[in-house]
Design a protein around this ligand. Structure first.
Ligand code: 5GP
Length: 181
């Protein structure tokens, strides 16, 4: 797929936004920071499904320190705007007591999903929580969050691809696209 190509997903058109190469570099830089910072922590990477599957796969292949990987599924989005409601769909089965947990998210938009996830994890007696997100929309964020690892900051636009969907479609796109006006 060339950079100039528009893609149609359901009723909307999207244009190329962030290239695969640029995302790859951002992910590698997060991974090397984690390999350095978390060397002695034996962290549990908690991958937030569905959107972060592609980011998590790329990131975790670059992680060289001992670690465990687990998954949680939450829902908060309908169409192209956040509802702010988070429902835990697949819960945590692991014992996270005294563990360093790294939340692996695709995108932090309003920050509400992350805030609720943090509240959930704080009931699990973990040692430390770190947050990694592929994308961050600082202007959309409504809550105060300490994001430890951010891939790329983006404006308040709706993006698809690289794991992110529009009405369930587009997650498989290798690079990120944004709504074409
Ligand atoms: P928040 O609770 O921070 O508003 O939103 C978190 C979730 O909303 C993300 O995990 C993601 O699934 C979804 N989301 C937020 N912004 C976008 C976006 O620009 N595109 C898509 N496809 N999903 C988004």
């Amino acid at each position: 797929m060339t950079m100039s190509r528009l893609v149609t997903i359901k009723d909307r058109q999207f244009k190329p936004y962030i290239s695969k190469k640029k995302m790859e570099l951002a992910v590698k830089s997060i991974a090397s920071a984690m390999n350095r910072d978390l060397k002695k922590e034996c962290p549990v990477f908690l991958v937030v499904l569905n959107g972060s599957f592609m980011f998590a796969s790329d990131l975790l292949k670059e992680i060289t320190i001992p670690c465990e990987i687990s998954f949680i599924k939450v829902a908060s989005y309908v169409g192209t705007s956040s509802t702010g409601n988070v429902t835990e769909l697949i819960g945590l089965s692991e014992d996270l007591t005294d563990r360093t947990v790294v939340i692996v998210e695709d995108i932090v938009d309003s920050g509400l999903t992350m805030q609720r996830l943090l509240a959930l994890l704080k009931t699990k007696k973990v040692k430390k929580i770190k947050i990694a997100t592929a994308l961050f929309k600082p202007k959309a964020c409504k809550v105060k969050l300490k994001l430890d690892y951010v891939g790329i900051e983006i404006p308040n636009d709706f993006v698809v691809g690289y794991g992110l969907d529009y009405q369930g479609f587009g997650r498989n796109l290798k690079q990120l696209y944004v709504l074409a006006k």
